[in-house]
Design a protein around this ligand. Structure first.
Ligand code: FES
Length: 101
């Protein structure tokens, strides 16, 4: 099996018990997964896109993480995702959307 170049995680606020709920889920988390997957395909970015449980940075959500680059982005929107993926094509980050340490 060929592993993808990137793993893109989108917080969808899953809790250990019960349905997805929480900031990222309520602010587009589920819809972003398909959007990111389609945008990666359009750009020939070899990425697996998946959702996660709460990443414990809710105040900065909705959140997406790009591995192995360890880029944590907050406040994502479709426009920001476009910018982030454009930058990823150039192996760069969009500094202003990164979650501060
Ligand atoms: S719900 Fe997304 S970081 Fe907590």
């Amino acid at each position: 099996m060929k592993k993808p170049d990137y793993l893109i995680l989108v917080c969808n606020s899953y809790r250990v018990a019960g349905d997805a709920q929480g900031y990222c889920n309520k602010n587009g988390g589920a819809d972003f997964i398909q959007y990111i997957a389609e945008e990666c395909a359009d750009r020939d970015i070899d990425a697996a896109v998946t959702s996660t449980a709460c990443l414990n940075v809710c105040a900065q959500g909705p959140v997406m993480v790009i591995q192995p680059n360890n880029l944590w982005y907050g406040g994502i929107t479709e426009d920001r995702i476009d910018e982030i993926l454009d930058a990823l094509e150039d192996d760069e980050a969009v500094e202003e959307y990164l979650i501060a340490d």
